[in-house]
Design a protein around this ligand. Structure first.
Ligand SMILES: Nc1ncnc2c1ncn2[C@@H]1O[C@H](COP(=O)(O)OP(=O)(O)OP(=O)(O)O)[C@@H](O)[C@H]1O
Ligand SMILES: [Mg+2]
Length: 525
């Protein structure tokens, strides 16, 4: 569909209309594909008439209808013909009209109607008949004759020029429409890329794993199923839980987070399900639980792997029956809550070891989302860094900073055991440290990032002294580095190093590679 409204702002078209009016006294009408006139409003009293005949025919209702009918019929012919233009007999019975087709890719979109001109002098009897017809429509006969007398008789040469100009109007409309279409496609495309390729809500990432994740989120946003989000520390599990809620039909109600590892069993019980007055010391009045607070909304059970076996049973019951009993109470309450759970533990393995209930596992694992760690989607690092840089500089009210090439390389090479949170903190840190400098040098990066990779090469290992000491030093370095890289996943590291898990644990103790100690020493984040 052509945007007819916009055409009146197109300079070329206005210019052409001006030329046609000035030299041929023609009025230009745009008729859409259904035969409706798009650039003439009978109520518009300001309209200046370019054509002496239309100046008399258009103001009177009856004769106006002739022109309208003529335009609609000419448009129908334009629909059927293949010729770019044709001459049409005018509605007053004496004049000629040129009709130029507007078509794009064989699709007919309307016509340009150029009113009106004469091909030859009009025979006397035709002129008399036309005058009579006009008088019946309430037009003064004298005026009508005068108007017809002012119509231009176009010689063959002039006609050729005239047709070309009218065709040009039609072509300009096509060009405008095609250009707009292209632009709209481009915008749609960009929008699509922005919308689904680079981010989802406040989640950033354009890598394949993130694309897959966005695709999953789109699929589940209208579902009521329980979702289990699994991923390492700082990969964005909570962000995903929020995206699920705020894209779901429940978005108007509460999103309630409860960190299951932050409470002991009794507290979590009352926190989740509420309690009645006097059910335990300190329960001085009835208290609603978070399940009730999340009614009609979403309850985010974070660190669900840390829930005690007793609490697991209670949770399962609520999920299955949709009712709960507050601590110390007897009445059952109905709740309508969608649960999204998250954990960085391997729940499947916990089920195998009997520390997580199998029935609960299957109840919450209806939809399973695995968040990829940053090291598996390194291509996201640059846009994440840019995002955090932009945000950080804005928050601090400083001019936008950039990273030195070497710093970007270092950030790219590092394996980010703490994932996005660690990256976020690092960017935050270097913004502060860089002070007034617009460019952030690699030297400002944390030691572990700056020196990463240098340890994985044999460089720096002593080449003199006892072989045993050198080997031990190398072993310690490799294990320390490996622990950091795998986020203290000893099973995986043992496999990578080709030793047993028990063997690795012994060595970790021997070299004193306790996570907390290393953190305190600032060797890991
Ligand atoms: N894809 C992402 N784009 C932008 N920021 C992200 C993305 N993923 C995570 N973040 C940011 O990283 C930080 C950690 O995210 P979040 O708390 O959701 O992770 P988590 O998996 O719940 O972490 P934890 O395991 O520590 O609970 C937050 O500040 C979050 O805003
Ligand atoms: Mg979290």
């Amino acid at each position: 569909m052509i945007n007819w409204e916009e055409l009146k702002h197109i300079h070329v078209i206005r210019k052409l209309e001006g030329i046609l009016a000035q030299w041929f006294h023609t009025e230009i009408f745009f008729v859409d594909e259904r035969g409706a006139v798009r650039n003439y409003d009978p109520l518009d009293r300001q309209r200046e008439f370019k054509n002496p005949l239309s100046a008399h025919l258009l103001p009177k209702e009856k004769s106006r209808a002739w022109i309208m009918k003529s335009m609609a019929e000419a448009n129908e012919k334009a629909f059927k013909t293949e010729a770019p233009h044709f001459v049409w007999e005018g509605p007053a019975g004496v004049e000629s009209v040129l009709v130029s087709r507007i078509s794009i890719d064989n699709e007919f979109l309307g016509s340009v109607y150029a009113y009106s001109f004469l091909e030859t002098e009009i025979p006397q009897e035709k002129r008399v008949a036309a005058r009579k017809k006009a008088e019946e429509a309430g037009i003064d006969g004298e005026d009508f004759d005068q108007a017809v007398g002012k119509l231009r008789v176009l010689s063959e040469g002039e006609r050729k020029y005239f047709y070309e100009l009218v065709d040009l109007v039609a072509q300009e409309i096509v060009a405008f429409h095609t250009e707009i279409g292209k632009r709209e496609d481009r915008i749609k495309n960009l929008n699509h890329q922005l919308g689904t390729r680079y981010s989802y809500d406040s989640m950033i990432g354009k890598s394949k794993p993130m694309q897959d994740l966005y695709g999953m989120l789109d699929k589940i946003k209208n579902s009521e199923s329980t979702v289990l989000v699994q991923g390492e520390n700082g990969t964005g599990k909570e962000l995903i839980a929020k995206a699920i809620h705020y894209n779901s039909p429940r978005k108007e109600s509460q999103f309630v987070t409860v960190n299951c590892s932050a409470f002991n069993e009794n507290l979590l019980d009352s926190e989740l399900f509420g309690h009645v007055r006097g059910s335990f010391t300190g329960a001085v009045k009835d208290k609603k639980g978070l399940f009730e607070a999340a009614d009609k909304g979403t309850l985010f059970l974070d660190e669900i792997g840390d829930m005690s076996p007793t609490m697991q049973v209670k949770l399962l019951r609520v999920l299955q029956e949709g009712t709960l009993t507050p601590v110390g109470g007897t009445d059952q309450k109905k709740v309508d809550v969608r649960v999204v759970a998250a954990t960085n533990k391997d729940l499947k393995e916990m089920v195998e070891h009997g520390t997580f209930r199998e029935d609960l596992y299957y109840r919450i694992n209806v939809i399973n989302l695995v968040v990829p760690p940053l090291r598996e989607r390194k291509e996201d690092i640059p846009i994440l860094v840019e995002h955090f840089l932009n945000r950080g500089c804005k928050e601090k009210g400083v001019a936008l900073k950039s990273l030195a090439k070497r710093a970007i390389e270092k950030i790219f090479d590092y394996t980010w055991p703490g994932n996005i949170r660690e990256l976020e903190n690092e960017v935050e840190r270097i913004i502060v440290l860089s002070g007034d400098d617009a460019r952030i040098p690699a030297e400002l990066l944390s030691q572990r990032i700056r020196e990463h990779g240098e340890n994985s090469k044999v460089q720096g290992v002593r080449v003199a002294g006892k072989l045993k000491d050198a080997l031990e030093e190398l072993e310690k370095t490799m294990i320390k580095e490996g622990l950091r890289r795998t986020n203290w996943n000893k099973s995986r590291l043992a496999k990578e190093l080709g030793i047993s898990r028990a063997g690795l644990i012994m060595k970790v103790e021997k070299y004193d590679l306790d996570k907390r100690k290393l953190m305190r020493a600032g060797e890991v984040a």
